[in-house]
Design a protein around this ligand. Sequence first.
Ligand SMILES: [Zn+2]
Length: 80
Amino acid sequence: MQARTRECRHCHEAFVPCPSARHNQTHCSKPGCQRARKAKNNRRFRKRNPDYWKGACHVERTREWRKAHAKTHPREKDRD
Ligand SMILES: [Zn+2]
């Protein structure tokens, strides 16, 4: 029996999807292709939830989180 292959949507090379994956894999496991997949998902999420990143509560929560985790998660560039 021949292994079922798919064409990666990013590099267009054939790959064998993981049989245990519940969802249909659209990208192969190359780092560049995974990055492209995540970026695409992120764009889609933002499109579907346009207010998610704008909400004042979100901004406030982020600020609080940064304050609480400033020591363990120092920001690389402090622009404030
Ligand atoms: Zn690929």
